[in-house]
Design a protein around this ligand. Structure first.
Ligand code: AMP
Length: 212
């Protein structure tokens, strides 16, 4: 089962991916997470990535493709995977097709999570994530705040989840990522998940219905 999530920053791709991991036991490939762990390693590449990501710009296609290719070809992805945050432009979508063709697999489901744009900034700016279990909460919509404990972990905020960077990320999304919705529509594998402004569980139910 190979699944791809599409949608603007803050639409809930990460949250829904985590629900699918729980249900189907297949790994999530989040290019944002992979890039952030490269930054944490303080490598030379990591330092270059930090600047790009903090401005809300896209990282070079080749770098991202290399990270994705390594993951998809790893044993943990044998039974399938969930792509989150990749592809982000048409060129990446075409490169992904080529990569999958060479190993004879296909994306079966593309879920596009549709969320009204006015909500997205609040979703990103308020987002906090547990540094240990990956649980995602929002300072505007829950009682949790940055620095609060979550089991053995603590809720942290991403450096690029500030208003200025988020505004740029949304602009880049509209210009470069939105056009790939049609690319997958034409392949007849696109499923639009509606009500993205509502509770996460309602979206999960729609996704599970389609998968079953
Ligand atoms: P995300 O965690 O998916 O919101 O990604 C955080 C940031 O990482 C983005 O704003 C980009 O700067 C970078 N990034 C993540 N995925 C990609 C991608 N597929 N192509 C280019 N840049 C990416």
């Amino acid at each position: 089962m190979n699944i791809l999530f599409l949608g603007a920053p803050g639409c809930g791709k990460g949250t829904q991916s985590k629900m699918l991991i729980k249900e189907y036991g297949i790994p999530q490939i989040s290019t944002g997470d992979l890039l952030r762990s490269e930054i944490s390693s303080k490598s030379e590449l990591g330092n270059q990535l930090k600047d790009i990501i903090s401005q809300g710009k896209f990282v070079n296609d080749e770098i991202v493709l290399e990270l994705v290719s390594k993951k998809i070809n790893s044993p943990e992805c044998k039974k399938g995977f969930i792509l989150d945050g990749f592809p982000r432009n048409l060129s990446q979508a075409k490169s992904l097709d080529k990569l999958l063709n060479t190993i004879n697999i296909q994306i079966k489901y593309v879920f596009f999570i549709d969320v009204p744009s006015e909500l997205l900034i609040k979703r990103c700016v308020g987002r906090i994530t547990c540094d240990t279990c990956g649980r995602i909460e929002n300072e505007y919509f829950s009682d949790f705040k940055e620095g609060d404990k979550c089991g053995d972990g603590v809720f942290v905020k991403r450096a690029d989840d500030n208003e200025k960077t988020v505004t740029n990320r949304l602009k880049v999304y509209t210009e470069q990522t939105e056009p790939i919705i049609d690319y997958y529509k034409e392949k007849n594998i696109l499923h639009t998940i509606i009500g993205g402004e509502g509770p996460a569980t309602e979206l999960t139910n729609q996704i599970f219905d389609i998968l079953s």
